[in-house]
Design a protein around this ligand. Sequence first.
Ligand code: GLA
Length: 377
Amino acid sequence: MHFLENFEPELTVESPGRINLIGEHTDYNMGYVLPTAIEKKIIFKFRRNNSPNICGVYSETYDTGFEVDLNNIAQSEVEWENYILGVVNEISKRTDKLRGFDCTLQSDLPAGSGLSSSAALECGLAYGLNELFDLGFTKMEMVKLSQAAEHTFVGTQCGIMDQFASVMSEEGHVLLLDCRSLDYRPIPINFHPYKLILLNTKVSHNLASSEYNTRKKECEEGVAIIKQDFPEVNSLRDATFEMMESVKGQMPEIVYKRCSFIIAENKRVKKMTRALAVDNLELVGELLYEAHDGISKLYEVSCPESDFLVEFSKSNPKVLGARQTGGGFGGCTLNIVHENAVEEFIVSAAKAYLEKFGIELEPFEVRPSKGTSFSKN
Ligand code: GLA
């Protein structure tokens, strides 16, 4: 792209991906989640380009770029462009201070792997433009406008967890976030002598966005049914198993399964928080296995590849627990593995996975890391 020839950035923004320890699909049900940012991230470089309205965006990782005209922001046929365009659009709705800019990005965050490269893209851009043009948005406003961008331009009716974790995380902690009040508490985690190992299945089923929106609708259907008898229930966060039993006859089986998972998953977040407080790593591991079971059988957002890897982990006594992390239909499994057994675990999992699916597994260690940061050049 033309602007790359003498590109002298004014600002660098580092925007991380995230894992979620537990609390999957609870965010849009107004429940609890326990995510943290990881070291893998997208690095943005920005400069103002003196144009009133023309912006250049170029991905070094994928060697592709495009132009944005601030006077004519429209959805694109190219999926990743919509994350950028969506954010520019949301910012333009809120301020008239945006002007032409150029930006490059570079990523070591595998896309479509359940690590929220999408939130990293949205929030990193919002953060950079906020600094570059002194827009005055708070972190929370950037989180929310990034989520809105995903709703409007990408079409996934996502909750708030990913954007929140990417921006707000703290090193060495997971965030206990209440997705209704947006109150949060950083919880220190120290798994020593265990490590957090991700196994990337390298499958990302493109059903993900439509199935995601379907799950959200099924939960809303569940709430509407429960509400007929229990008017105080406004989201699955407010529902209990006792309520579910009493309305079971009125609920389609599939809706019953979805709602049961969410109610149990919310409880698991609380149990996990207590387990972390007393360093009960066995319980941490058990909760992961239990959660995956629900993800697979009740919420039905796993896939044969991640189910296989979680089962494989169960056969290794040096692994305390495992589950698929993120929105689902592929991506990564998160495993808690004893430091002495990491090498052997990775090698054996990769071998078994290759034999079964013909896919090279991508394993890596992750550490709870800080949220978005920037430096002026
Ligand atoms: C995706 C969404 C999040 C959350 C997770 C599932 O990552 O973006 O809001 O719902 O799925 O927990």
